[in-house]
Design a protein around this ligand. Structure first.
Ligand code: HAX
Length: 428
């Protein structure tokens, strides 16, 4: 058994003991009430899910396991996947074994490239990523084991196998999508001497700068997971809860991530910054920029990269990207505009619509595009693919743990307007 598998097994035992304790202390205790506004309002604030991979504190941001963003942001993505699924960082030997496993599974079947190359040239790269993964569904070891009648207690082990196979192929898949969609179509081979994010940087073929490989590492670490209730993670979990295998579940999660209010926001952010650059110049005057932002708001548009459904402070992942920018590309015009926006937008949003914007602070997407732009990844449409590569770690870890804990199919109850009106009438 690999160290990762052992680690997950131990983690599942710990989590199960905690759940047993919770149930013993108060399985029927009420922790959240749902009002009618929430039924019609995206279930915002309703506590209805347990997820032990990560936690978003409204005031201190993302925790992976017990670790704050500051504490994990200098790690490798492979270490982060270990942490998400076992609750602990791997030691050196376990890390090397895991990396070697990924290297052995990195080869992408030729039919995936045939599928991707057959698509219209202007297909969105997120469609290509989702389809690339879905096209490999026939390789699912979970599906094959299920058909042979595997025990429920073994589900997570086969999902781990599927996860490893999917994760191992992501750098080559994303790199290939970039080369087919934006380059000359020539694929750069996987280099087993490089780690997971190093290979992604290498296979994109954009930039050999060490700073770019460092940015890819940071990017893949910071986007890995954000609790269980966000659109993409929740979608992935719902699909997997029906025992659709991880190829289906990961592809479904990525389809949610492709929405402009979720993962696609990062491509909107750089577009917004470049528009400012074109219209107001590289170093816009503060008052002029302020007026521009107000115009955008008054025309009914959101300011991309600002606001969050859960966070109520500057996203620490934004801060990590900003610190990276200060060290590596402080004079880049887009970075400078992104920084200037940070000094202006929160104040405007705080007072906009009588304080209706719950969180006027920047989220992770407000800065990352400027950094990618600095290293020559200028195709906005590709940004969400990088986000997706990282977020697949969270989808996989969440689904493996949920299966290991024997969680059932997800099926909340919906009601009709008539039901709600009758309920109100009965209450008087
Ligand atoms: N600019 C202008 N108005 C904003 C705003 C922003 N950045 N953020 C919120 N608002 C508005 C909302 O549109 C809403 O107005 P209406 O009631 O008139 O529709 C009001 O403020 C209240 O919304 P909220 O409760 O503050 O925010 P929500 O939880 O509903 O939505 C969003 C959270 C992230 C979707 C929202 O802040 C937004 O659209 N931000 C811009 C897009 C963005 O950056 N998305 C990326 C989020 C991070 C992420 O998930 N990445 O994957």
């Amino acid at each position: 058994m690999t160290d990762l598998k052992k680690g997950i097994q131990n983690h599942l035992l710990e989590l199960q003991l905690e759940i047993d304790d919770i149930f013993a202390k108060g399985r029927d205790s009420v922790v959240s009430e749902v009002n009618i506004g929430q039924i019609y309002g995206g279930m915002r604030g309703v506590v209805a899910l347990a997820c032990n991979t990560s936690y978003v504190d409204p005031y201190s941001g993302l925790y992976i396991g017990e670790y704050t963003t500051d504490e994990f942001s200098n790690k490798l993505p492979e270490e982060i996947f270990f942490l998400l699924s076992t609750g602990k960082f791997p030691d050196k030997k376990s890390l090397l074994n895991f990396q070697s496993e990924l290297n052995q599974r990195a080869q992408i079947p030729q039919y995936v490239w045939d599928v991707l190359r057959s698509l219209p040239k202007d297909t969105h790269p997120m469609t290509m990523l989702s389809l690339g993964i879905l096209s490999m569904e026939n390789e699912s070891v979970f599906k094959k084991a299920y058909q042979k009648g595997m025990k429920k207690s073994d589900y997570w082990k086969y999902s781990l196998e599927d996860s490893m196979n999917i994760l191992a192929k992501l750098p080559a898949l994303a790199g290939g999508i970039y080369r087919i969609r934006f380059g000359d179509g020539h694929l750069i081979p996987h280099d087993p001497s490089l780690d997971w994010s190093g290979n992604l940087a290498h296979m994109l073929g954009v930039n050999d700068d060490k700073g770019f490989a460092d940015l890819m590492r940071l990017y893949l670490v910071l986007h890995c997971d954000h609790e269980g209730g966000n659109v993409s993670a929740f979608t992935s979990r719902v699909v997997n809860s029906a025992l659709s295998d991880l190829y289906y579940a990961v592809s479904a999660g990525l389809n949610g991530l492709a929405g402009p209010l979720h993962g696609l926001a990062n491509q909107e952010c750089l577009r917004f910054i470049l528009e400012i650059h074109d219209k107001l110049g590289a170093d816009p005057d503060e008052q002029v920029l302020r007026a521009y932002i107000l115009d955008v708001l008054n025309s009914g548009h959101v300011i991309p990269g600002y606001g969050h459904a859960v966070l109520r402070v500057t996203d620490p992942r934004f801060t990590a990207f900003m610190n990276f920018g200060e060290t590596n590309c402080a004079t880049n015009p887009c970075f400078k505009i992104a920084k200037k926006l940070f000094s202006i937008v929160p104040d405007i949003l705080m007072h906009y619509k009588e304080g209706k914007v719950a969180n006027p602070w920047p989220n992770v997407d407000a800065m990352s595009g400027s950094l990618l732009n600095h290293y020559g990844v200028n195709e906005f449409d590709f940004y969400t693919v990088l986000f997706g590569v990282s977020r697949v770690m969270g989808f996989c870890a969440q689904n493996i743990l949920a299966q290991g804990l024997g969680q059932p199919i997800i099926r909340p109850k919906s009601v009709t307007n008539k039901w709600v009106l009758e309920r109100l009438r009965a209450k008087g």
